[in-house]
Design a protein around this ligand. Sequence first.
Ligand SMILES: Cc1cc2nc3c(=O)[nH]c(=O)nc-3n(C[C@H](O)[C@H](O)[C@H](O)COP(=O)(O)O)c2cc1C
Length: 177
Amino acid sequence: MAKILVVTGSVRPNSVNEKVVTIVVKQLQDKGADTVVANIKELTMPFYDFPSPSLSERFKPTNENVLRFTAMVAEADGVVLVTPEYNHTMSPVQLNAIDWVGKEWQDKPVALVGYGWSGAARAHETARETLANSGLKARVGENQANLAFKKDIDTDGSILDESAVTEKIGAALDEIL
Ligand SMILES: Cc1cc2nc3c(=O)[nH]c(=O)nc-3n(C[C@H](O)[C@H](O)[C@H](O)COP(=O)(O)O)c2cc1C
């Protein structure tokens, strides 16, 4: 059974993220995957403050939550990032979490699920650059899910078009599964 890590992307109260994460986890479980959620709100990590980059030989972080998150990434067969679009890019707390992990990203299958007024294509662009096109070298799926407010989901995270949501998220998950 594939072990899939789902990484949250918002620390706002009553965030839409929690609802989308719930949908993603249910779909993964329906598809037979074992799921683990990395809740960035609970797993608070400092802004990246290590003297060397995460791919450096000298990279030896000691922060407990950084080490926990790193272990979660290392132990997962694949990772799903659930992210809102903030100011035309990905959520900064999620990006900070990605930055804290180095070699464990290499070859890791990653699926992108995002939401915003016109989906989250610009957030996904940043995630793809960071994970696939930098030295981290993760394998980011082509089928990125873009959930649009007032079409696919409402601004409170409730589902408006169930078949579109299932299809979009399903395509992203199937690729990494
Ligand atoms: C700082 C900030 C910037 C935002 N920028 C965008 C944006 O560029 N595009 C968009 O579609 N929505 C944008 N929004 C709206 C968010 O997509 C919306 O508030 C969403 O609910 C945020 O996700 P969350 O509830 O999980 O935090 C922005 C929201 C915030 C708080």
